[in-house]
Write a protein that binds this ligand. Structure first.
Ligand SMILES: N[C@@H](CCC(=O)N[C@@H](CS)C(=O)NCC(=O)O)C(=O)O
Length: 217
C-alpha cells in the first residue's frame, strides 16, 4: 500500500491526496512535518520537503513526479488525456500554476498565513512577476468549467490547491486579490470542484488539521 507522508495543511500534500482519492487508490497517511532531521525522512525526501510517498518499491518525492507516477500506476480514471499533445497541454498548465503563480506568490505566504514579515521590495517583486505571469496563464487556461477545458485533469488538482493561496496571500499583502482582479475566477473553480467527494474529504481533513494546529498553539 502507498503511504502519503506530510501534513494536511500543505497544498502540495493535498494535491497528491486529491489524485489518490480520485483514482480510488488505497493509501494511508503518515504525519511528517517539514524540516525533519530524521534520517528516515531525509533518505526519502532529501530536502525534507513534503509530500513524499512510500511504496513497496521505495520512496518518491516531488508532488508532480508523484502524481505522474500515480497516473501510470492507475491510469483510470484518466487525469491526463490519452493523446500525447493534449496531455502535454495539461502538463503545461500544471507547470504554469506551480512555477509561475504559486512559487512566485509563495514568497508572501510566511507573512500572509504564519505571522511572519515580508519587506516591501519582496512584495513589489512578487507583484511585478505576477502582473506578467497571470495574463500568460490566462492565455492557456480555459476554465470551461475545468482548467484545461471540459474534463477534470491534473491541472484542476494543481489549481485547486494553489490558486486560492495566491489569491488570499496577495489580497492580504498587496491590497487586492490579483487573480480575481485579472479575471481568474478561482472562486468559481472552487465551486465546481466542491461537488467532488475527493475535494470534500481533502477540505474536511485540511480544516481539521488547521483547527488542531491552532489548539496546539
Ligand atoms: N516542489 C515540491 C514543493 C513541496 C513544498 O515546498 N512543500 C512545502 C510544504 S507545502 C515544504 O515542504 N516546505 C518546506 C521547505 O521548503 O523546506 C513539490 O511539488 O512537492
Amino acid at each position: 500500500m502507498i503511504t502519503l507522508c506530510g501534513f494536511a495543511v500543505s497544498n502540495y500534500y493535498n494535491k497528491v491526496k486529491l489524485v489518490l482519492l480520485e483514482k480510488n487508490l488505497a493509501f494511508q497517511e503518515e504525519l511528517v512535518m517539514t524540516g525533519s532531521k530524521d534520517e528516515a525522512v531525509l533518505r526519502d525526501s532529501p530536502l525534507a520537503k513534503v509530500p513524499f510517498i512510500r511504496t513497496p518499491q521505495g520512496a518518491v518525492c516531488e508532488s508532480q513526479v508523484i502524481v505522474e507516477y500515480l497516473e501510470q500506476l492507475q491510469p483510470e480514471p484518466r487525469l491526463l488525456p490519452a493523446d500525447p499533445f493534449a496531455a502535454a497541454k495539461v502538463r503545461e498548465l500544471c507547470t504554469y500554476i506551480e512555477l509561475h503563480l504559486e512559487l512566485v506568490a509563495r514568497e508572501l505566504y510566511g507573512a500572509a498565513f504564519f505571522g511572519r514579515t515580508v519587506d516591501d521590495a519582496t512584495k513589489e517583486r512578487v507583484r511585478a512577476q505576477l502582473a506578467r505571469n497571470i495574463p500568460a496563464f490566462q492565455r492557456l487556461a480555459r476554465f470551461s468549467p475545468f482548467v484545461a477545458g471540459e474534463t477534470f485533469t491534473l491541472a484542476d488538482c494543481c489549481a485547486f490547491v494553489s490558486l486560492p493561496l495566491v489569491g488570499m496571500a496577495t489580497k492580504t499583502l498587496l491590497g487586492s486579490d490579483v487573480l480575481l482582479e485579472a479575471g481568474v475566477d478561482w472562486k468559481g473553480h472552487l465551486k465546481v470542484m466542491a461537488s467532488r467527494p475527493s475535494v470534500q474529504r481533502v477540505e474536511a481533513d485540511r480544516k481539521a488539521a488547521i483547527a488542531a494546529m491552532a489548539k496546539k498553539a
